[in-house]
Design a protein around this ligand. Structure first.
Ligand SMILES: [Cu+2]
Length: 145
């Protein structure tokens, strides 16, 4: 039996709209997953890495250290950064803290904590000292409780 015969004439446009909706959601979801790549902001020549303590991460206070480097591997200092933690599921308050700039391209989170075990997404965003915006996202799976 074909789909056309199963659905009434009135239902067919609705099904089409639903399929378009699902395709859009999938497209947006895949875009969100690739954020943090070189094309995600205007600072593609700046590399960002993060290190999280404790390692492996667990519920409770944690330190997120951000390291910024230019394309020669030299440290990038003077950025203003914010660190946001979100869980991969809905309905949780994000954890948003500032980052204190130290020497040699290192920035340290100010008061970060994992509030629940599970999968987290860490987003580091802000402004470089040349005024360009930077935003990178890191998946952090399996924070233990
Ligand atoms: Cu949660």
């Amino acid at each position: 039996m074909t789909l056309h015969r199963m659905l009434s004439r009135r239902e067919q446009p609705r099904l089409l709209l639903l399929l378009i909706g699902v395709a859009l959601v999938l497209m947006l979801a895949s875009m969100a997953c690739t954020r943090g790549g070189e094309e995600s902001d205007a600072a593609g020549d700046v590399t960002m890495e993060i290190e999280i303590t404790p390692d492996p991460p667990e519920v409770g206070p944690a330190v997120v250290e951000v390291i910024l480097m230019d394309e020669d591997g030299d440290p990038v200092d003077g950025a203003e950064l914010e660190i946001e933690g979100n869980m991969s599921h809905a309905g949780m308050e994000p954890v948003i803290v500032g980052a204190i700039g130290e020497q040699a391209g290192h920035y340290v989170s100010d008061g970060f904590a994992f509030t629940m075990g599970g999968d987290w997404i860490i987003t580091v965003s802000g402004t470089l000292d040349d005024g360009r915006e930077i935003e990178r996202t890191f998946d952090l799976a399996g924070v233990s409780s």
